[in-house]
Design a protein around this ligand. Sequence first.
Ligand SMILES: [Fe+2]
Ligand SMILES: [Fe+2]
Length: 135
Amino acid sequence: MPLIKWDESLSVEINEIDKQHQTLINLLNLLNDAMMTGKGKEILNKIIIELMNYTKIHFKTEEDYFDRYGYPETLSHKKEHSDFTGKVSEFRQRYEEGKLGLSTQIMTFLSDWLKNHIMGTDKKYTKFFKSKNLH
Ligand SMILES: [Fe+2]
Ligand SMILES: [Fe+2]
C-alpha cells in the first residue's frame, strides 16, 4: 500500500516539476513498502543512487528557471537544495560504513522534505512562475 498518493495539494502547477516531484514520492513509497516487509536495508543502495540522480536533475530544473526568470527567493531556495544534496552524500557515507537504522532516518528525512520543502518552499514559486506564464 503506498504511503503517499499524489494529489493537487502537492502540485506546484508546473507540469514538468510536478512529474519530477512524483519521482521523489515514488522513492519514498518504495522505501516505505520495503521497510514494511523488512526489506528496507536491501533496497537502500538503490534508493540512495536514485536520490543522487534525482537531486542532480530536479534541482537543476528548478534552479535554471529561477535564474532565467530572476526568482527573488533564489538564494535561500538554492541553499535548501544544497543542504539536501549534502545530506544525501552523508547517507551514502553512512551506508558504506554499514550504520544501523539508516532506512528509518532516510524515511523521516524524505517525509520532512516533502512537507517542508515541496509543500512549503517549492510552492512559494507557483505564483511567481504563473505571472511569467510558465506552466
Ligand atoms: Fe522541488
Ligand atoms: Fe526546490
